[in-house]
Design a protein around this ligand. Structure first.
Ligand code: FEO
Ligand code: CA
Ligand code: CA
Ligand code: CA
Length: 642
């Protein structure tokens, strides 16, 4: 043993010194079980041999393994570290729309890179930080509905110190640049463009009127001084991933809503409210939006129930610009990533959802009524059963219903405090569930578990870290690695091929890792090789041909354990063989998030979020400011792209 000055050891180091970890740990065995079996479909590469991830080095240079015939319609590209977008040879990309571009002609020229957008036009332009999106063909017109997740306050409020709002107008600028943009787009000689002034164009933001339905609608927990009915909400917040319904509506998913609230006085002392604040991360400061100093709705000392009115799945009808968005409390309140539907054998609607926070849970909602194409769908998302996932280490799992009988909570409380309901039934703590994708042609679904640096890590007191509800984050079946900086994708197949079934089988489709610098579990699963390195899978959609498109939101330093991964990117995965290839890379500093296709499937729309995080000037080279944007990716020969 080296001579170590024990006075400088952290608690973890001290523990390791005195109680060294066994050669083969429990979590290694869990990893082996999770990925040592062949995939559900009998593929040869989907899962490496246990030895490959047990540190014997077999994983290094997986080129030695026989590769199945490629079904990828493109030549993979190398990792990139520069400031622009790359796609394979034979493909092109163009900018469809940038943050600040006008949706209405009165807002032409409203965006100034030096001054931002004035309050007058903040809700007349495409919002900032594009995220989930879906395309709808309505009466032959292409209507794109897109989330704007958050704002970079310094660039939107260059006159305000540190970008902290100093007036109600400043607050309104930020509020109106987020939310959802509905816009008609059309393809012309010069490529795709927004149809300015289309009657479908609409901005939905932090002050747009909405209604509630489901078990918590009208409940005391949703009532405020301004809205004693508990039915009339204002705004949708931190719109992250997307979803759609089979009946042609858009689902926007409210993720880190907690950050918009703050307090000018003592936090509420009511124990139920306070417990919810603790679990959902609501505090006096928020994330620096400072809404609460100028807009009392966001001051929780004055409006303690206002945060209960955010954190929902919101349904928007893109065909009717005058429609009122509906917050569906039946689908639970948490930090919603996206919403992926499947139709069960009997016609009921299943909606899979993840709660993106370390150690939070994965959910399935199942409608009470069946979906009848062309029938009345107004209340389909209002009544049903919300369940939470419990994974066993033996590659099985089950959906545990969250009901008064299973949780000891009433239906409205289950809806508002869904995380606590999940804890009560022993839900499995996950490594930050991001997007879920349902396979269109096979009874299986996938969830990106992006990373969890605290998984299995001990506190100073020597206990395993927990989520905010006290549920331990020890390594478990689908989350098998300690201090997981790379992420993985879990896949499940419902029993009997029916998305209404209460049980499922699961495996890991991929464990991201870096076989060029690590051995053992951190090298990743056998379908990771030097040519397709990535970390932190996040966005995910499966196209009509069954290819899994994986977008990343990870460390793009290209150094250390991330060496060779380059910028954030989009890869395609074959669900049968497990093979994964890189398709697109974004500019340095960005996250790639949001994906949909034109109706003719000859254009793929890809979102580039926060490209300016490391400076840069994408996409306006020579400009002074990087801008989030959606790019249209096409084949040079006009062929299909998904
Ligand atoms: Fe907004 Fe979890 O990503
Ligand atoms: Ca995301
Ligand atoms: Ca993410
Ligand atoms: Ca993001």
């Amino acid at each position: 043993m080296k001579d170590i000055d024990t006075r400088q050891l952290s608690a973890d180091d001290w523990d390791e010194l005195h109680f060294p970890r066994p050669e083969v740990q429990d979590f290694d065995r869990v990893v082996e079980r999770a990925i040592s079996r062949r995939g559900f479909l009998g593929g040869v590469l989907a899962f490496g041999s246990g030895a490959a991830v047990m540190g014997t080095g077999l994983l290094k240079g997986t080129t030695a393994m026989a590769q199945p015939a490629s079904r990828f319609p493109f030549t993979p590209i190398a990792a990139q570290t520069d400031g622009t977008v790359h796609v394979p040879e034979g493909y092109t990309w163009d900018v469809l729309v940038r943050w600040g571009d006008p949706l209405f002609s009165d807002a032409e020229g409203a965006f100034d890179p030096a001054a931002g957008v004035s309050v007058e036009f903040a809700d007349r332009v495409f919002g900032e930080n594009t995220d989930g999106m879906e395309l709808f063909n309505i009466d032959g017109r292409e209507i794109l509905v897109v989330n704007s997740e958050y704002t970079n306050n310094e660039v939107n409020l260059p006159h305000a110190a540190d970008g902290t709002p100093a007036s109600l107008d400043d607050v309104r600028i930020l509020q109106h640049l987020q939310g959802v943009s509905v816009m008609e787009i059309a393809e012309g000689e010069a490529g795709w463009a927004v149809v300015v002034d289309s009657p479908y164009n609409r901005r939905i933001h932090h002050n747009t009127p909405m209604t509630f339905d489901g078990p918590a609608a009208g409940h005391a927990l949703l009532q405020t001084a301004e809205d004693p009915t508990g039915m009339a909400s204002l705004g949708t917040f931190n719109n992250c991933g997307s979803g759609r319904t089979p009946w042609g509506t858009y689902l926007t998913c409210e993720e880190n809503f907690n950050g918009y609230f703050g307090s000018t006085a003592e936090l509420p002392s009511d124990p139920v409210v306070a417990a919810g604040y603790q679990r959902y991360g609501i505090n006096a400061d928020g994330f620096g939006y400072n809404y609460h100093s100028f807009d009392p709705r966001f001051d929780v000392s004055a409006n303690p129930n206002e945060p209960h009115r955010a954190g929902w799945i919101v349904e928007i009808d893109p065909a009717n610009p005058d429609s009122t968005p509906v917050k569906h409390t039946a689908l639970g309140r948490f930090k919603h990533e996206n919403a992926a539907y499947a139709i069960a054998a009997d016609g009921r609607v299943a909606v899979y959802m993840g709660d993106d926070e370390r150690g939070e849970f994965m959910y399935r909602w199942l409608s009470r009524d069946v979906y009848v194409p062309g029938g009345d769908t107004a209340t389909l998302l209002s009544e049903g059963t919300l369940s939470v996932a419990v994974f066993e280490d033996d590659l099985t799992g089950r959906w545990v219903p969250l009901t008064p009988a299973t949780t000891g909570m009433d239906a409205a409380s289950i809806a508002v405090f869904t995380r606590m309901a999940g804890s009560r039934v022993g839900a499995t703590t996950m490594d930050r569930p991001e997007w879920i994708a349902v396979h269109p042609n096979a009874a299986e679904a996938y969830c990106c578990l992006t990373n969890n640096a605290r998984r299995g890590v001990l506190t100073d007191a020597g206990t395993v870290r927990t989520n905010a509800g006290g549920d331990p984050m020890a390594p478990n079946g689908p989350n098998p690695r300690e201090a997981n900086n790379f992420g993985q994708i879990v896949r499940w197949r419902p029993a009997g091929g029916d998305h209404a079934a209460d049980s499922f089988a699961w495996d890991l489709y991929v464990m991201a890792g870096n076989p060029t610098v690590a051995e053992g579990p951190m090298a990743g699963s056998a379908n990771i090789n030097a040519g397709n390195l990535f970390n932190s899978p996040d966005g995910m959609v499966i196209d009509s041909t069954g290819l899994i498109w994986i977008q990343t939101d990870g460390d793009d330093s290209n150094e250390g354990e991330f060496a060779g991964m380059g910028n954030n990117q989009m890869l395609a995965g074959d669900p049968v063989t497990g093979r994964i290839e890189r398709f697109l890379t974004g500019p340095n500093g960005c996250e790639v998030t949001g994906l949909c296709w034109s109706t003719d499937r000859r254009t793929m729309f890809v979102g580039i979020q926060h490209p300016g995080d490391n400076g840069g000037d994408w996409p306006d080279h020579g400009g002074s400011l990087a801008r989030s944007a959606i790019v249209a990716v096409r084949r040079a020969d006009g062929g299909l792209v998904g």
